[in-house]
Structure formats: C-alpha cells, structure tokens
Design a protein around this ligand. Structure first.
Ligand code: NDP
Length: 288
C-alpha cells in the first residue's frame, strides 16, 4: 500500500476463500510502495456463494481489478464479458479488470507465470522442443497444458490419479494432448523436456507423489507448483537425480507481474526482492 494513499488512489485486490494465506497483498504492496504509486492492493474473502455479488458490485470500476484464487477461478471466467484466449483455454480466470463502461475483462496469467518461472530458473529451456508431462488434472494442470500448447509444445502428456479428469482436459485441448494414469509415469517420462507437478500432493509435505523421476532424460526440467515447502519432496528427488528444478514460488511471482501491469499501467519496479519477502513471510529459506 502507498505510504500516503489519497482519495484518488487506485485500488486492486485478491479474492479467495480462504484468502488469509495469500502472498499477493505482500507482493503487490511491496511493488506499489517501491514505485511510489498512490494505490493499494487489498484481500477480499466472500462466502463461497458471495463471489458473484462482490464482482457485480465492482462493475463499472469501483476498483480497477482483482486477482482471483481458489475456489472462484472458474466462476470468475463465467462472470466476465470479455475473456482472453488464455482464460478460455485454461477454463479459468485469475485476473478480472473492471472497465468504466461496465464490462468485466477476464484473463489468466498463471500460464505466463509458469513460463516465466522456467525462463528464470531454467535458462535456455525451450518449451517447443520436447513433450511436456503434467501431473494432475485440476484447474492448474489445465492452465499449464494450455500455456505449453500456446508456447509450441509438440505434445502434452497429462497424468492423473483419476484418469477420466485427464481425459476430459485432453478432449478439450486437442490432439497434441494425451491422457494417462499416474501408474504410466515411467513410459510418459521417456523423451520429456519438462515434468510439472500440478497436483496438490506435497503441499505442506503431505501426500508425496510416487513417480520414477530417474526415468526422465538427464536434461529434463522438473517443476513443482507447490511452494510450501519451497523444496518439496518431488523437487528434492529431482535434484538428487541431477535434474534442473523450477519452484512454485517463481510461478506465483511470475503470474503477479502481468497482473500488476494490468492494474497500475507500469511494470513492477526493479530493486525490490519480493521473493525474499515472500520466503520470510512463509518462514522459509532458499534451501527449505
Ligand atoms: P485441484 O484441487 O483442482 O486439483 C488437484 C489435483 O491434485 C487433482 O488432479 C488431484 O487428483 C491431484 N491430487 C491431489 N492429491 C493427490 C495425491 N495425494 N496423489 C495424487 N494426486 C493428487 O487443484 P489446482 O489444480 O487448482 O491446484 C493444484 C496445485 O497447484 C495446488 O497445490 C495449488 O496450490 C498449486 N498452484 C500453484 C500455483 C502457483 O502459482 N505456484 C498456481 C495455481 C495452483 P484427482 O483428480 O485424482 O483428485
């Protein structure tokens, strides 16, 4: 938040249920402060049935926009008048913008955040060169699949505990996407350029995924969307096998960058280490 917020200040926020643990207010307000903007970024936590009323109340521009997190991303897309191609492909929106003419624009920056995380932590990785394996078939997996397809991935292999959910995504995203069970991981890892954990397994160290990362090619990049702990058991195993790794915090910060620009019309200022701030708030260090 700006040190001297005025009545002309620009307001954006994040909406989720729960939203208490969201790092987005920390990240955006650090950038707002460093850029000296007359602005604030605030959390909203409606009841699970209160999301629509909250969004409709902002129609016309009472605030400039919202990031959207669980469980409202699909509903956000449904409420929008103008969804971007990325939001439509992902089947979900994590960003709503409230135009003064009353229209609500929806976008999805999670895919851009994912690719930015790869660019930052696995320099030289090219998403268009080799098949990508995505573990999981929830909203995050679908968004990741859509982003990698848009980036030119020759094939996306979606593996899920419940195979029918992977098949549903493949049916929507076209013939470059195949659906398999988690028990077919070893075969799916053959020739993969990247393996991404988009399941919630590993969150707070629970429900570790049992997949043979040793079967991935030596130059495969392994990514985990879970960022608490920062080094999940999945990433620790990948490192042990000598693979390059990408963590979920880089994706979280990566999706915040285009959101900030959409809200406030400028890129986030350099010179503020939001990753260090986030790690401190999470009680983590780079090695945990
Ligand atoms: P969903 O609840 O929609 O999907 C969860 C997925 O995890 C399902 O595919 C489910 O399989 C699978 N799953 C859960 N537990 C296990 C387990 N023990 N073993 C195997 N599979 C399991 O969640 P989302 O898609 O929205 O999010 C997935 C993860 O990605 C979450 O941890 C979320 O926090 C993270 N995320 C991180 C982001 C970031 O910026 N870093 C952005 C978005 C999400 P099944 O279908 O069989 O139930």
């Amino acid at each position: 938040m700006s040190q001297s917020l005025t009545g002309a200040g620009r307001v954006a926020g994040v909406v989720g249920a729960p939203v208490r643990h969201s790092l987005s207010p920390l990240i955006h307000n650090a950038w707002i402060s460093a850029a000296g903007l007359d602005a604030a970024y605030v959390p909203f936590s409606p009841s699970e049935t209160g999301f629509k009323a909250l969004v409709e109340g902002f129609r016309g521009g009472a605030i400039c926009g919202l990031n959207v997190t669980l469980p409202f991303k699909e509903e956000a897309l449904a409420l929008a008048d103008a969804p971007s191609a990325a939001a439509q492909a992902a089947g979900a929106a994590n960003l709503l913008l409230f135009n003064e003419d009353g229209r609500i624009v929806a976008d999805n920056t999670d895919g851009a955040g994912l690719l930015a995380a790869f660019a930052q932590q696995a320099p030289g990785f090219d998403p268009a060169v080799a098949p990508v394996v995505i573990l999981g078939a929830g909203g995050a997996a679908r968004g990741a699949a859509a982003a990698f397809l848009a980036a030119g991935a020759p094939q996306v292999r979606i593996l899920n505990r419940t195979v029918a959910r992977a098949e549903a995504i493949a049916a929507r995203l076209g013939d470059r996407v195949t659906a398999l069970g988690l028990d077919q991981a070893e075969a799916a890892f053959a020739g993969a350029g990247a393996v991404i954990n988009a399941t919630s397994a590993g969150l707070s160290g629970e429900g570790v995924l049992d997949v043979p990362l040793a079967a991935t090619p030596a130059d495969c990049v392994v990514m985990d969307m879970v960022y608490k702990p920062l080094r999940t058991p999945f990433l620790v195993e990948a490192e042990t096998e000598g693979r390059r790794i990408v963590d979920g915090l880089a994706m979280l910060i990566g999706q915040a960058v285009p959101s900030f620009t959409a809200f406030f019309g400028i890129s986030p200022p350099s010179g503020v280490d939001v990753r260090a701030l986030a790690l401190k708030t999470l009680g983590l260090s780079e090695r945990i």
